[in-house]
Every structure is written in C-alpha cells, then in structure tokens.
Design a binder for this molecule. Structure first.
Ligand code: SAM
Length: 271
C-alpha cells in the first residue's frame, strides 16, 4: 500500500511540512525525549531507525552519529531527507536498507538502539507480534527499542457524534485543530481491526460534512495525500504482548495536546 498518494519527492516533503503538530509527526517533547535517549547511548555504535522520521534523523546528524534507516520505501526516505537538518535525501551519516519490517532477513549486524516513531502502528494488530519479534532479533542483548505508538482512544471519544465534536471545538473544549484532527479520526476508529487513517476518515465522514469545519483548517486539504493507516490496540493488550520480548524500562508521554494521552513512548529493553 502506498504511504503517500504522490510520488513527487518535493511534494511529499511539502505535504509533510503541513503535518507539524498533528499526530503524524513527533512533537517537541517527544523529540527531546529521543534526543535524551540518543545522548545517553552516544558511546554505542549501532543505531537503527524504522522509517525516515526527519526529527530523529536530525538528532543523529547533529551528533554526527552513523545510523541505518530501514523502510520499504526509498521514495519516502529520500523525500523526508529534505526535512532534516542536512536537507538532503540521504545524509553522509545515513545508510538506507530497503526492507519490509515483517520479513527482515537474518543479519549478522545487531543494533544497540532502535527507534520507531509510530512505526509499529503501520502493521496490522495481528502482525504486531512478528514486528516485535523482528525488533528483538535485530538488537544486541540488553539493546533498547524506543517504540512510540498510538493506542486505542477512550470509548466515549470513539462513540461520539460528528456534530458534537464540531460543537466542542467551537465551544473550545477541544482546544486546537491538532486535537480536532485526532478526534475526527477517533470517531472513525474500527473497534474490530483497531484501524484509523486519514483517508478512512475522509471517506467515512465525507468531504461535504468535513467542509463544515473549514474555519481555521481544512481537514481534507491538509491530509488528502496522506495514506497512512495506523492500527491502535488497547494499551493493556500492547503491554501484554510486548513483555514477551522486552522489559518495559520507562513510558514517556508527550504533553502538548490532549491526543498525547494515547501516544505513549515505550523505552523497551530486549529480554
Ligand atoms: C515511520 S511510519 C509512521 C509515520 C507517521 N508517524 C504516521 O503516522 O504516518 C511511516 C513509514 O512507514 C513505512 N512503512 C509502513 N509499513 C512498513 C513495513 N511493513 N515495512 C517497512 N516500512 C514500512 C512507510 O514506507 C513510511 O516511510
């Protein structure tokens, strides 16, 4: 499945600029947390990122640390490169491996630290186990996996009516367009598959209804090229599963928006 609905690298980069502050990209507090973990492990040698998250790549560029990027799409990785500190498709401290996270070949190289910003959410819930098993295989003994993910939102958010959300936004009980965007996704959450996604929300709510919102931001225009689909399990189920392979060292929550309640960052240590 194509992650962005365009192949033009500059257009992908420009679209991604629009996503700042929304759940798609790490917030400042999350980026600071990543920076702290990388700084704490700066003496290590082998680092890996699932995906091409510009904020994480910029930290490695800043420290001139060599890092491997693992993703099935070279196009996305190269496009994201324009949003990093170096502003190049692949920087001199980076190497790219094109691979599906669910079928990673046996490799002699093991990593000390892996970071994945909403990467696990990209695979179906039934594949989370395989994703975690592969992350475990890629790590050295005691290696760390920093796993940021979206988990299932509250049921009363999922069951809410669209116009109720619009009213709350106008009454300012939904404080920002960043939370508004997430709350619209929440009402389109599929309780069976745990899926959410921008195109799913646009299709389910319809462009006409979403046009009601066109006050400060235009949901359809902002996300029309983002084909990201994320699977967000109940947090307890995720924690049960993760402990097959990892010890939970720490859970960090970003704090800028209400949606951060459902966006824990797990610092996991290989068992
Ligand atoms: C890091 S993830 C998440 C980004 C963002 N936070 C979001 O919510 O859309 C985006 C990346 O996942 C990659 N991706 C998705 N599924 C993949 C898979 N099974 N194997 C490798 N890369 C995958 C896409 O190519 C894309 O570059």
């Amino acid at each position: 499945m194509q992650y962005m609905l365009t192949n033009d690298a500059m257009q992908i980069a420009n679209e991604w600029q629009k996503y700042k502050g929304y759940t798609v990209r790490p917030l400042d507090s999350t980026t600071s947390y990543y920076q702290k973990i990388i700084r704490d492990n700066i003496q290590k040698e082998n680092f890996l990122i699932y995906g091409g998250t510009p904020e994480i790549r910029s930290i490695f560029q800043n420290y001139s640390l060599y890092v491997t990027l693992l993703d099935r799409s070279e196009e996305i990785i190269r496009a994201m490169g324009y949003l990093t500190l170096e502003r190049v498709p692949i920087a001199s401290n980076e190497s790219f491996i094109k691979e599906n996270w669910l079928c990673i070949e046996e490799t002699k190289r093991k990593y000390d630290l892996i970071l994945g910003d909403d990467a696990i959410n990209m695979v179906r819930w039934c594949d989370f186990d395989l994703f975690l098993y592969n992350a475990h295989r890629l790590l050295v003994e005691d290696g760390l996996f920093v796993c940021h993910l979206l988990v299932k939102p509250y049921d009363h958010f999922i069951d809410q009516d669209f116009f109720d959300i619009v009213n709350q936004y106008h009454r300012k009980t939904i404080l920002s367009q960043f939370d508004l965007a997430s709350r619209l996704n929440f009402i389109c959450y599929d309780k069976n598959s745990y899926a959410m996604g921008w195109q799913r929300t646009i299709t389910m709510l319809g462009k006409k209804r979403l046009a009601v919102l066109n006050t400060q931001f235009d949901f359809v225009d902002t996300f029309k090229f983002c084909n990201s689909q994320f699977y967000c399990p109940p947090q307890m189920q995720f924690e049960q599963l993760v402990q097959r392979y990892f010890k939970i060292v720490e859970i960090f929550y970003p704090h800028e928006h209400e949606y951060c309640l459902f966006e824990p960052v797990y610092c996991l240590q290989r068992k």
